[in-house]
Ligand binder design. Structure first.
Ligand code: KIV
Ligand code: NA
Length: 264
C-alpha cells in the first residue's frame, strides 16, 4: 500500500466516493484507523482538549503537533496525513507561516490545515505555490472561540452564508487541496460543496460534504460532558475499538452518517 495523496482525495470527490477522516494523535490508534480503512488522519489541535485537558485549543504548540504527527506517521501506511497549524503559527505573515509549517512536514504531514477563509488566502497561496499543500477550515473555527463568543453554529444569516461561499472560493483559488466545513447549516454545506471542485470535509455540516471528520475520542465516547449535536457514539454496540472505527468508515461511505439528527 502506498499513502493516499491530495490528488487521490480529489478523484474521490469527482467519482462521488465519500472520504472518511478521523483525528488521530498516536501510533496505536493510527494503525487501528489504517486497518479500518480511514482515508485521512488529522492531527488536530483538538489534542489540546482530548489529550492535554485544556479548555480550548489555544494552548497547543507547534512542537506538540509535530510530536503527535510523527507518531501517527509511524503508525500508519495508507491514510493522507494532515496536521493542524496551532493557534499563533498561521495568524502571522505568509513567510512565518511557511517557516512554521516546516517541522510539521518534517514530522510526516503531507498537508497543513489552516483556519480561516478570505483573510488567509494570501498565506494559503504563499504555501501552495512553494510546495506545501493546504487544507482550509471555515465555519466554526475553534481558534477564534473568543471572537465568535463560544462554540456555535456559523453561516446562519444570508450575509454569513455569502461570506462562507466567498471564503471557500478564495481558498480554492489560492490553491487549497480541501476544506473542512465545521458547524454550518445543511443547505449551506451542500451549496459550498457544489460550488467548488475540491473536496469538502464536514463536521456538523451534513452528509452533503465530500467526506466527514470527527474527533476520535468523541466518536469512541471517551470525551466526558455534553456532546456536540454532530457527534455520534460509534462505540455503542461494538465489541472493540477496531469495530467502532470500521462502523464509522462504513457509515461515512454509504452516507448514513451524519443523519438529520446530527445536522443544523
Ligand atoms: O482539531 C481538530 O480536531 C479539528 C477537526 C475537528 C476538524 O480541527
Ligand atoms: Na483543529
Amino acid at each position: 500500500t502506498r499513502r493516499l495523496t491530495t490528488a487521490d482525495l480529489a478523484k474521490m470527490k469527482a467519482a462521488g466516493d465519500k472520504i472518511a477522516m478521523l483525528t488521530c494523535y498516536d501510533a496505536s490508534f493510527a494503525r487501528l484507523c489504517d486497518d479500518a480503512g480511514v482515508d485521512s488522519l488529522l492531527i488536530g489541535d483538538s489534542l489540546g482538549m482530548v489529550l492535554q485537558g485544556h479548555e480550548s485549543t489555544l494552548p497547543v504548540t507547534l512542537a506538540d503537533i509535530a510530536y503527535h504527527t510523527a507518531a501517527v506517521a509511524r503508525g500508519s501506511k495508507r491514510p493522507l496525513i494532515i496536521a493542524d497549524m496551532p493557534f499563533g503559527t498561521s495568524q502571522v505573515t505568509p513567510e512565518d507561516t511557511f517557516r512554521n509549517a516546516v517541522p510539521l512536514l518534517a514530522a510526516g504531514a503531507q498537508v497543513v490545515k489552516i483556519e480561516g477563509g478570505v483573510e488567509m488566502a494570501e498565506t494559503v497561496r504563499f504555501l501552495t505555490s512553494r510546495g506545501v499543500p493546504v487544507c482550509g477550515h471555515i465555519g466554526l473555527t475553534p481558534q477564534s472561540v473568543h471572537q465568535l463568543g463560544g462554540y456555535r453554529v456559523q453561516g446562519k444569516t444570508d450575509a454569513a452564508a455569502e461570506k462562507l461561499k466567498a471564503d471557500a472560493l478564495a481558498l480554492q483559488d489560492a490553491g487549497a487541496s480541501l476544506i473542512v466545513l465545521e458547524a454550518i447549516p445543511e443547505a449551506l454545506a451542500q451549496a459550498v460543496t457544489d460550488l467548488i471542485a475540491i473536496p469538502t470535509i464536514g463536521i456538523g455540516a451534513s452528509a452533503h460534504c465530500s467526506g466527514q471528520v470527527l474527533v476520535l475520542h468523541d466518536m469512541l465516547d471517551l470525551s466526558p460532558g455534553k456532546k456536540a449535536r454532530f457527534v455520534k457514539n460509534f462505540m455503542a454496540g461494538q465489541p472493540s475499538v477496531a469495530a467502532a472505527i470500521a462502523a464509522y468508515v462504513a457509515a461515512v461511505k454509504d452516507a448514513s452518517f451524519p443523519g438529520p439528527e446530527h445536522c443544523y
